[in-house]
Design a protein around this ligand. Sequence first.
Ligand code: KIV
Length: 273
Amino acid sequence: MSAVKQDDKRKVTVHRLKEMKDRGEKITMLTSYDYTMASIVDGAGIDAILVGDSASNVMCGNQTTLPISLDQMIYHGKAVAHATKRALVVVDMPFGYCVGNPLQSLDAAVRIMKETGADALKIEGGEELAPDIKKIIDAGIPVIGHLGLMPQSINKYGTYTVRAQENAEAEKLKRDALLLQEIGCSAIVLEKIPAALATEVTQSLRIPTIGIGAGSGTDGQVLVIHDMLGMNQGFSPRFLRRYANLHAVMTEAITQYITDVKEVTFPNKEEEY
Ligand code: KIV
């Protein structure tokens, strides 16, 4: 595998994700939902930023991704695209806008692309949504598919457990992945499926796969930034590696500020005009 090119400042496109797969270089993706976070993530050299509909949980405190609206996704997407110089910016199609009516799906896709300045969309779903996804791709919009655990279908599943453990669901996932490639998807996110299945799917495709809870055999990895930075304490799935404990760091800073203000040690003479 080739080394990471830290000095490569070229804008990442969906074509470059494919080139990375072809040369065996892993693709890195993290979520962001606002300007400041996206500036940091992009500046650190990430390949792709996902404006996920996980914003519904992380930014708005909802239990699921279902409530977030198209306007809210556009608000977050615009802030992230504004901040990002190098990474590929991918915005999630929110629940309810791409559900079996290709022209309506295209309208939502065009609004996201026009109003955010993003580079691509991500859409949950396989065969059932193929006509919608194809319509969007045919209009010139790169689409990243999303298979396995699809959080927008939580009410159908009833649980966030690992998907495609049974043969029938695994076979459907493999067919869906090939179909998404055939209709022109640029990559596929594989969420919370057995590692062996994710590896098999990855090896069967020309387009890259990006995994979350899908083992190391995918072409890339994605995590929710607030989870990997340890900002949110209540979420500890097995696949999550925490790279920092920002909850503790932020709590300590804020309690110190409270103490300083109460004790009138902030501001001091050097901090006043
Ligand atoms: O919305 C999101 O953050 C996602 C990732 C978990 C892949 O879809």
